[in-house]
Design a protein around this ligand. Sequence first.
Ligand SMILES: [Zn+2]
Length: 108
Amino acid sequence: MENETGINLRIEVKVNTEGGKQTVQTSFVCDKGKCGKEIEVRSDGKNTTHNVLCPEHGLLTSFPNEAALRKFTVDAANKILSAHGHDLITEKTSYTAIDDNPDPNSVN
Ligand SMILES: [Zn+2]
Protein backbone atom coordinates (compact mmCIF):
# COMPACT_ATOMS: atom_id res chain seq x y z
CA MET A 1 0.00 0.00 0.00
CA GLU A 2 1.29 3.45 -0.69
CA ASN A 3 0.11 7.00 -0.94
CA GLU A 4 1.37 10.42 -1.90
CA THR A 5 1.87 12.79 0.98
CA GLY A 6 1.91 16.04 -0.96
CA ILE A 7 5.50 16.99 -0.15
CA ASN A 8 7.54 14.95 -2.62
CA LEU A 9 7.34 11.93 -0.37
CA ARG A 10 5.53 8.68 -0.99
CA ILE A 11 4.73 6.57 2.03
CA GLU A 12 4.71 2.78 1.88
CA VAL A 13 2.86 0.87 4.57
CA LYS A 14 3.13 -2.83 5.30
CA VAL A 15 0.70 -4.50 7.67
CA ASN A 16 1.43 -7.78 9.41
CA THR A 17 -1.42 -9.39 11.34
CA GLU A 18 0.27 -12.67 12.23
CA GLY A 19 -0.59 -14.00 15.68
CA GLY A 20 -3.66 -11.78 15.92
CA LYS A 21 -1.54 -8.73 16.62
CA GLN A 22 -1.25 -6.02 14.02
CA THR A 23 2.13 -4.52 13.40
CA VAL A 24 2.70 -1.77 10.91
CA GLN A 25 5.87 -0.94 9.04
CA THR A 26 6.25 2.37 7.30
CA SER A 27 8.83 3.73 4.93
CA PHE A 28 9.16 6.74 2.68
CA VAL A 29 10.52 7.06 -0.82
CA CYS A 30 11.20 10.17 -2.91
CA ASP A 31 8.29 11.08 -5.17
CA LYS A 32 10.02 13.82 -7.14
CA GLY A 33 9.62 13.04 -10.82
CA LYS A 34 8.71 9.44 -9.89
CA CYS A 35 12.19 9.07 -8.42
CA GLY A 36 11.32 6.23 -6.02
CA LYS A 37 14.63 6.20 -4.16
CA GLU A 38 14.60 5.44 -0.44
CA ILE A 39 14.97 8.58 1.61
CA GLU A 40 17.23 9.22 4.55
CA VAL A 41 16.40 11.05 7.75
CA ARG A 42 19.24 12.93 9.38
CA SER A 43 19.18 14.58 12.76
CA ASP A 44 21.44 15.38 15.68
CA GLY A 45 18.97 14.04 18.20
CA LYS A 46 15.36 13.72 19.26
CA ASN A 47 14.64 17.42 19.69
CA THR A 48 16.59 18.76 16.74
CA THR A 49 15.57 19.31 13.14
CA HIS A 50 14.99 16.10 11.21
CA ASN A 51 15.96 16.56 7.58
CA VAL A 52 14.51 14.25 4.96
CA LEU A 53 16.88 13.73 2.05
CA CYS A 54 16.85 11.93 -1.26
CA PRO A 55 20.26 10.70 -2.46
CA GLU A 56 19.35 12.08 -5.89
CA HIS A 57 17.35 15.23 -5.13
CA GLY A 58 18.77 16.35 -1.80
CA LEU A 59 16.61 17.91 0.89
CA LEU A 60 12.92 17.14 0.39
CA THR A 61 11.45 18.43 3.63
CA SER A 62 12.29 18.78 7.27
CA PHE A 63 10.57 18.42 10.61
CA PRO A 64 11.29 20.44 13.76
CA ASN A 65 11.80 17.33 15.90
CA GLU A 66 11.20 13.61 16.15
CA ALA A 67 7.65 14.04 17.48
CA ALA A 68 6.65 16.05 14.41
CA LEU A 69 8.11 13.41 12.10
CA ARG A 70 6.31 10.69 14.03
CA LYS A 71 2.99 12.53 13.85
CA PHE A 72 3.38 13.06 10.12
CA THR A 73 4.23 9.39 9.63
CA VAL A 74 1.32 8.13 11.73
CA ASP A 75 -1.18 10.49 10.08
CA ALA A 76 -0.08 9.46 6.60
CA ALA A 77 -0.08 5.76 7.49
CA ASN A 78 -3.49 5.94 9.16
CA LYS A 79 -5.02 7.46 6.02
CA ILE A 80 -3.93 4.38 4.11
CA LEU A 81 -4.87 1.96 6.88
CA SER A 82 -8.40 3.32 7.18
CA ALA A 83 -8.84 3.26 3.40
CA HIS A 84 -7.98 -0.45 3.47
CA GLY A 85 -10.04 -1.30 6.55
CA HIS A 86 -7.12 -1.94 8.92
CA ASP A 87 -6.82 -0.87 12.52
CA LEU A 88 -5.26 2.55 12.85
CA ILE A 89 -1.94 3.21 14.54
CA THR A 90 -2.46 4.34 18.10
CA GLU A 91 -0.20 4.55 21.11
CA LYS A 92 -0.91 0.86 21.66
CA THR A 93 -0.08 -0.27 18.15
CA SER A 94 3.51 -1.12 17.49
CA TYR A 95 4.96 0.18 14.30
CA THR A 96 8.41 0.50 12.86
CA ALA A 97 9.36 3.87 11.54
CA ILE A 98 12.11 4.80 9.17
CA ASP A 99 15.45 4.81 10.93
CA ASP A 100 17.33 7.91 11.78
CA ASN A 101 20.72 8.05 10.16
CA PRO A 102 22.92 10.06 12.50
CA ASP A 103 26.21 9.02 10.92
CA PRO A 104 26.81 10.86 7.63
CA ASN A 105 30.08 8.95 7.12
CA SER A 106 28.43 5.56 6.74
CA VAL A 107 27.83 6.00 3.00
CA ASN A 108 28.90 3.07 0.85
ZN1 LIG B 1 14.61 11.69 -5.49
